[in-house]
Design a protein around this ligand. Structure first.
Ligand code: NI
Length: 267
């Protein structure tokens, strides 16, 4: 029996407005048993929670994306803090830094990132990290956060988060794993030019990997350029399985177990 987990979706986005129900059905048919829908601003976080209330297989993460960091007010932070306590909310995210598109001023991105890391510590929830062209600063910030408030001890190791749609190198991935993070692999691993990412997957332990779609973005081959959806997480897992020389079922089972541990999912 196939048990896939799509650890990063934006099913609440308008791209799914007309056929969300069918998209979710197709995911179930493809063996996707768990979906984590990720907030990008307050409205999207609220919509993610509503989806998680409506569907037993959907869980929510709440947070403000670095693109939207400039919208984060104190009142909004309070609302996010309240949402973080909802029983279907399994993480704070997506949060982080995006120095590629720079849609919010960098200082505002840094402030929103810090504020939401503090929120995660307070709520006792893991974090979903977005990092684009900000590797060194994201890692330094996460190291300070982990060492300051989430220190994993040798006795009670606790996973602290995930680097979503990972785009760094092997050294960065290993540093993140050492800090207690999982590395999430998305559609680009199926792209023709993804030699480095495939090599990274080959070198990292499957016990530290998650799979995701980041739908509606980043559709894997052969759907590249079209709208992505959770059913296609199977194509990502298939590519990971090929690289690792394992069966799709085994990769699905192990990465789902990883997601279950990270997000403290109870079935
Ligand atoms: Ni995303």
């Amino acid at each position: 029996m196939m048990f896939l987990t799509d650890t990063h979706t934006h099913l609440d986005f308008p791209q799914f407005k007309s056929d969300r129900e069918r998209v979710i059905e197709r995911a179930t048919t493809a063996g996707v048993r768990v979906i984590v829908d990720i907030g990008t601003d307050l409205a999207s976080s609220q919509a993610a929670v509503a989806l998680a209330e409506a569907y037993p297989q959907i869980y929510a993460a709440v947070g403000v994306h670095p693109h939207d960091a400039k919208t984060l007010t104190r009142e909004m932070l309070e609302e996010l803090t309240a949402l973080a306590g909802h029983p279907r909310v399994v993480a704070i995210g997506e949060i982080g830094l995006d120095f590629y598109r720079d849609l919010s001023p960098r200082d505002k991105q840094r402030q929103a990132f810090q504020q939401q890391l503090a929120l995660a510590s307070e709520a006792g929830k893991p974090v979903v990290i977005h990092d684009r062209d900000a590797h060194a600063e994201v890692m330094a910030t996460l190291r300070r956060w982990v060492e300051g408030s989430h220190k994993p001890s040798a006795i009670s190791y606790k996973p602290v988060g995930v680097l979503h749609c990972f785009s760094g190198d092997l050294a960065m991935a290993q540093e993140a794993i050492e800090l207690g993070f999982y590395i999430s692999i998305a559609g680009p691993v199926t792209f023709k030019n993804a030699r480095c990412l495939r090599e990274l997957v080959r070198q990292l332990p499957l016990e530290k990997l998650l799979v995701e779609t980041d739908c509606p973005y980043l559709a894997p081959h052969p759907h590249r350029g079209k709208r992505n959806e959770p059913a296609y997480v199977k194509l990502v897992a298939q590519e990971v399985a090929r690289i690792k020389g394992l069966s799709l079922e085994e990769v699905a089972r192990i990465t789902s177990g990883n997601a279950q541990a990270l997000f403290a999912l109870k079935f």
